[in-house]
Design a protein around this ligand. Structure first.
Ligand code: OFO
Length: 164
């Protein structure tokens, strides 16, 4: 049986993952409305990944005899400014999620919940990837500056992203 503290912390993380999914879906819609279909595709896959992160936590909680409790999710913004500032928001959001995952891991340490410690290691590694891929796009957008031909190329490339 999982402790109450661990359960509460996991339920908070389920909410955070679904809020991330909601944010990225809104970004995808923004891109597609502006005819940046490739950026939209990249963000749609990101949305699916975040939903997957939430589901994995929910399934784990059930497996441990816990009670998943779904909380309200705030509406995300609908406008994100320039492409660079939008991807900077993706990066800073992922840095925020990394901090949440680390706090969650600290709960598992304090509770001496060894199973949760092992389970959460996957999320710690995943956040390294999440930050790296967002950071790479930010750096590439900085290199492009106002080069719209290159922007067109990057949009095409991000559009090739598929769900794992
Ligand atoms: Fe779930 O990793 Fe991004 O937020």
């Amino acid at each position: 049986m999982i402790s109450q503290k661990m359960q509460d912390a996991i339920n908070n993380q389920i909410q955070a993952e679904l809020a991330s999914a909601y944010l990225y879906l809104s970004m995808a819609a923004y891109c597609e409305k502006e005819n940046m279909k490739g950026f939209g595709q990249w963000l749609r896959v990101q949305y699916q990944e975040e939903t997957g992160h939430a589901m994995k936590l929910l399934d784990y909680l059930l497996e441990r005899g816990g009670q998943p409790l779904l909380k309200a999710i705030d509406a995300p913004p609908a406008e994100f400014g320039s492409w660079l500032s939008m991807f900077e928001k993706v990066l800073s959001h992922e840095q925020h999620v990394t901090a949440l995952i680390h706090s969650l891991y600290e709960v598992a340490l304090a509770e001496r919940d060894y199973a949760s410690q092992i389970f959460l290691q996957w999320y710690i590694s995943e956040q390294v990837e999440e930050e790296a891929s967002a950071s790479e796009i930010v750096e590439r957008l900085k290199m492009l500056q106002d080069n719209s031909g290159a922007l067109f190329y990057l949009d095409k490339e991000l559009g090739k992203r598929k769900e794992d």
